[in-house]
Design a protein around this ligand. Structure first.
Ligand code: HEM
Length: 484
């Protein structure tokens, strides 16, 4: 009998008495379920859905349970739930100390307030201005692309996504500072999102793991100019990197406040400008946590999605040829113009189809704040739910030949948010969706316009957990040549 804990506690513990009210659970032991999820996430979830149906309960170590939901009607009901009925359930499994004030970890009124303030810097006029920066960064990536030898595309896209998101977040830095900030950010993020840290949050409450690193970051002596004593123990080294990132953001914030620029379109400047506006602006600590959250939310997701798309295009030469012809027709004369991305319907459809087959985020996590009748089950308060894109995206009831790459299904633009949701859904859908869509189309167009890619011999990527996302195991190895 597992220990009885309070229902809906901060770390996902649930009362033993609720278990018989949950949907069926796989026959594997909790540890084997966690291992299968970590090593072969898509195949494991799809296999359970075939055996148990589109709603089942994962049973993970430490008596943690998650109800996985893939059925269309139930997905629709979950997207429609109000903040009084449903919370985010990011807290229980998140090993990285983003900071307590980032959107991903907030609920209720605070979440709504932050979302309202963060929406303008990632959409509309600001996004149109940022698209120019994305284009410049994508050109730089292709200029420096390794030619004539096998190289994985993933690290190139990671660097692009990092540079783009940091520039959008804090504005243009001088090259040296940009390099240092990028290196510290990646070093911190990669160090925090290892298989070991995921194992740790299976065994210890994630909230305590994050608090441990936060305390160490607060004691760091590292300053924004890079000076200050650095520590050597591995966890202190990680904490120093986070402290450096935060110090740079704080310094930028102070500079932005001192020399207000009403035209600046980076997130930091726009959030700083809301300070005097009616309706409550964000405090400095909140802004810093939001910028860090954007960085973590926007790098691995975008980079892995781009890598998967290249993988699918390489596997389907006819789709690749059509995408290239479309890019050439639009941009061979002018170079990639971010204001004319709507001239790339086929490329956009390839990207959408690639996200259908390989969504980098397995599920949108939610936790019930009220009891819920879901299909045949009555789920108690505190139940963790995973609204599962992988199940929905591969459901033969919703998609003809779901395992085939057929971009044409996206050409008419009529896709239900209950059938296709690589960016999640409802009130908490990805706030960076429009941003990422622009960035990814620019990056792919730039690559196709200027490079010929061939798959490197022996490269056969499979889905693997990479931090919080599912990416191609070998990073998609290609040999690139400049187009004549
Ligand atoms: C291809 C790229 C991306 C994918 C596939 C993706 C996917 C997702 C998903 C599945 C969620 C959870 C949604 C839910 O719970 O319903 C999410 C949330 C979020 N994403 Fe993204 N994301 C991407 C790019 C970005 C970018 C570029 C940014 C920042 C500029 C970003 C920032 C966030 C934030 C802050 C949240 C939390 C939203 C909230 O809780 O209200 N993402 N993303």
């Amino acid at each position: 009998m597992p220990p009885v804990r309070s229902v809906g506690g901060a770390d996902g513990w649930q009362d033993a008495s609720m278990h018989d009210r949950l949907p069926p659970t796989p026959s594997l032991s909790p540890m084997r379920q966690a291992i299968a999820l970590g090593t072969d996430p898509y195949a494991f979830l799809l296999e359970q859905a075939r055996e148990l149906g589109p709603v089942f309960t994962l049973s993970l170590p430490n008596d943690r349970r998650a109800v996985v939901v893939g059925e269309a009607g139930l997905v629709k009901a979950l997207w429609a739930m109000t903040p009084e009925q449903i919370d985010a359930a990011t807290q229980p499994g998140l090993p990285i100390n983003l900071g307590p004030n980032g959107l991903i970890l907030l609920d209720g009124e605070q979440h709504a307030r932050h979302r309202k303030l963060l929406t303008p810097p990632l959409h509309g006029k600001a996004l149109r201005a940022q698209a120019g920066d994305m284009s410049r960064r994508a050109r730089q990536m292709v200029d420096a692309w390794p030619l004539g030898e096998p190289a994985p595309v993933l690290p190139l896209f990671q660097r692009l996504a990092l540079d783009v998101v940091l520039e959008c977040a804090v504005g243009e830095l001088d090259p040296e500072q940009s390099e240092k900030l990028g290196a510290a950010f990646i070093g911190w993020m990669d160090g925090m999102l290892t298989p070991l840290s995921f194992a740790m949050v299976q065994l210890l409450p994630a909230r305590k793991v994050r608090a441990f690193f936060d305390r160490r970051a607060m004691r760091s002596r590292v300053r924004a100019d890079g000076s200050g004593r650095r520590r050597h123990l591995p966890w202190n080294r990680l904490a120093d990197r986070k402290a450096y990132v935060m110090a740079v953001i704080r310094e930028r914030l102070a500079a932005v406040r001192a020399h207000a620029d009403d035209e600046a379109h980076d997130v930091l400047s726009m959030l700083a400008r809301t300070r005097l506006a009616e309706g409550g602006a964000l405090a400095d600590d909140e802004i810093v946590d939001e910028i860090v959250t954007m960085g973590v939310g926007g790098v691995e997701t975008t980079a892995n999605t781009l890598a998967w798309c290249i993988h699918h295009l390489l596997d389907h030469p006819e789709a690749m040829a059509r995408a290239r012809a479309e890019v050439d027709a639009a941009f061979a004369e002018t170079g990639v113009d971010p204001t004319r991305l709507d001239e790339l319907p086929w490329l956009s459809a390839c990207l959408d189809e690639s996200m259908r087959l390989c969504p980098v985020s397995l599920a949108a996590p939610r936790r019930l704040a009220r009891e819920l009748r879901l299909g045949a089950w009555t789920l108690p308060v505190g139940t963790d739910l995973w609204v599962s894109s992988i199940l929905a995206h591969h459901d033969p009831e919703r998609w003809e030949e779901p395992e085939r790459f057929r971009p044409e299904r996206f050409l008419d633009g009529k896709v239900s948010p209950n059938d296709w949701f690589p960016f999640g859904g409802g009130r908490r859908h990805c706030i960076g969706r429009a941003f990422a869509s622009v960035e990814m189309r620019i990056a792919l167009a730039e690559v196709l316009l200027r490079l010929d890619l061939a798959r490197a011999e022996g490269s056969a990527p499979t889905p693997a957990m990479r931090g919080m996302t599912v990416g191609p195991s070998d990073g998609v190895c290609v040999v690139a040549r400049r187009r004549g």
